[in-house]
Design a protein around this ligand. Structure first.
Ligand SMILES: [Zn+2]
Length: 166
């Protein structure tokens, strides 16, 4: 996996990202390797001919946009530039960096598994409208038992409407 970073990235965001990279390398020795590239004009060197992702902290929130892989150029460019954003003040932790890197590697959210209703109860009336799509089921990796502790699982009360924790 090739990556580079925004020269204006917050120090903690970059540090957390580097630790997350190391965690994947330790967890999957020899399977995943990360190669750091330089950047030029807001893209990794070689973009778009060379697939890569751009790590930054300049937008709000924690997210990955774009999908990665050694895909045909037309598919790679469908989303524009591939970016992984770790905003300061909540998205710059090692846990969030590991979660977002999971998306880069193709992982979806655990709570969106098709078999999730066997394991969790959804209180739809307590979920903010803007968050509901985060809880609709979607195809993805579902082998193995439901993992409440997955790094790809949202916290129990995420997206809640009020303070009533139900
Ligand atoms: Zn996520």
């Amino acid at each position: 996996m090739r990556w580079c970073y925004d020269p204006r990235i917050a120090k903690k965001s970059l540090e957390s990202f580097r630790i997350a990279v190391r965690q994947y390398e330790l967890a999957f020795p020899g399977c995943i390797s990360f190669v750091e590239l330089g950047q030029r004009n807001g893209n990794c060197v070689g973009y778009p001919e060379v697939s890569s992702f751009y790590v930054k902290s300049s937008s709000g929130g924690c997210f990955v946009n774009g999908l990665l892989g050694e895909w045909p150029k037309v598919a790679r460019n469908r989303w524009g530039r591939h970016a992984l954003n770790l905003a300061p003040g909540g998205c710059d932790t090692v846990g969030v960096a590991i979660h977002e890197l999971g998306h880069v590697l193709g992982m979806g959210h655990e709570q969106k598994r098709r078999d999730r209703d066997n394991s969790v109860r959804m209180n739809w009336s307590n979920i903010r409208e803007s968050w509901k799509s985060q809880f609709t089921v979607a195809d993805g990796y579902t082998s193995g038992r439901y993992d409440y502790d997955s790094i790809m699982h949202y916290p129990m009360y995420s997206g809640q409407v009020g303070l009533d924790r139900s």
